[in-house]
Design a protein around this ligand. Structure first.
Ligand code: SAH
Length: 317
């Protein structure tokens, strides 16, 4: 691992996870983490990032220590999110909202965000509310995931800040989960990115190789970092999912300032830009992010002019 990867200097400047993890502090908040921490070949304390139980213990410690989430768990096999990368998306979104608010990031519950596919982990609402005080609506098609997210919300007394809604149609994005008179400052999404379970497995195999963990024992690895089939897959993969999202955003054009989504495959970008242009969005942005060696990005589009965004950005009564 390079020094940049170890210290994560490429993360957003406000990201709390740019430095090395302070395991002593994390263990002080969350003693269960101690069992997973060991020195690596350079003498630095770390955990085995290929072990889902270790990643989960690290997440619980980070969520408690940095975001005051005292009760967080996910069922076995559900996606266990890398916290630094998830926080990065939210910080760049905050910058985007700040643009139309005189350069000042709007904080507090007047800001409403819609998280498409919040998962069992509910990670974006938890971090977004803890850092910026925003209100979230999270949607989900997987009932077990939704129930777990609801359990997290209730256990942390966040019912006033996070509302969860069941999406009954896997091919719908905003339809059926938003009301006609509702307004959001932004939507965000970490889309299911594989077209099939076979493709998901290949991705996992690659991840094992990148982590240097490929061995005979792991010739047929489980989906490490968790991830149920439905969480990771949708018909047509990420590009089809995002295509539907962009198409559906047209009918919500006056009900949301910025529509955004992560895009894991840069090869999808030309198609996505074409679509955004075709639907008549007036502005779009791409935010490049990198977590160590992993690069990702999110794309944002809006149907509101700069002036309209400025008016919307003003504190709401
Ligand atoms: N936001 C979480 C989970 C992302 S995985 C994280 O970043 O870790 C993608 C999630 O989208 C899965 O939980 C999956 O069940 C959900 N999903 C798939 N199609 C959906 C749809 N049409 N509407 C809402 N959620 C959907």
């Amino acid at each position: 691992m390079t020094e940049a990867a170890a210290t994560k200097i490429n993360l957003h400047p406000r990201n709390l996870h740019r430095g090395r993890y302070d395991f002593a502090q994390l263990i002080a908040s969350s003693p269960e983490l101690a069992a997973f921490v060991a020195k690596n070949e350079y003498g630095n304390e770390t955990i085995n990032f290929a072990d889902p139980a270790a990643v989960k213990a690290l997440n619980r410690a980070l969520l408690l220590h940095d975001y005051h989430i005292k009760d967080w768990d996910i069922p076995a096999q559900y996606l266990c999110p890398p916290i630094p990368g998830r926080a990065d998306y939210l910080h760049y979104l905050a910058d985007l909202l700040g643009e139309s608010n005189g350069g000042i990031i709007p904080r507090g519950k007047a800001v409403r965000a819609l998280d498409i596919g919040t998962g069992a982990n509910c990670i974006y609402p938890l971090i977004g509310h803890a850092v910026y005080g925003w209100q979230f609506v999270g949607t989900e098609i997987d009932k077990t995931a939704l129930q777990n997210a609801q359990q997290i919300v209730e256990a942390n007394q966040l019912g006033d800040a996070v509302e969860l809604r069941f999406q009954g149609s896997p091919t719908s994005i905003f339809e059926g989960v938003t009301y006609a008179d509702e307004y959001f400052d932004l939507t965000l999404c970490n889309p299911p990115f594989h077209a099939s379970l076979a493709e998901a497995r290949q991705g996992t195999q690659r991840k094992w190789q990148n982590l240097g963990k490929e061995s005979n024992k792991h010739k047929n690895p489980v989906l490490n970092f968790g991830g149920q089939s439905m969480e990771l897959c949708c018909e047509g993969g990420e590009e089809a999912f995002v295509t539907r999202m962009i198409e559906e955003s047209v009918s919500g054009r006056d009900h949301c300032m910025w529509f955004t989504t992560l895009i894991s495959k840069s090869s999808s970008l030309p198609h996505i830009y074409r679509l955004i242009k075709n639907i008549g969005a007036v502005d779009n942005r791409t935010f490049e992010m990198s977590q160590g060696q992993k690069k990702s990005r999110f794309v944002a589009w809006t149907f509101m002019s700069k002036e309209q965004r400025g008016a919307r950005g003003k504190p709401k009564p």
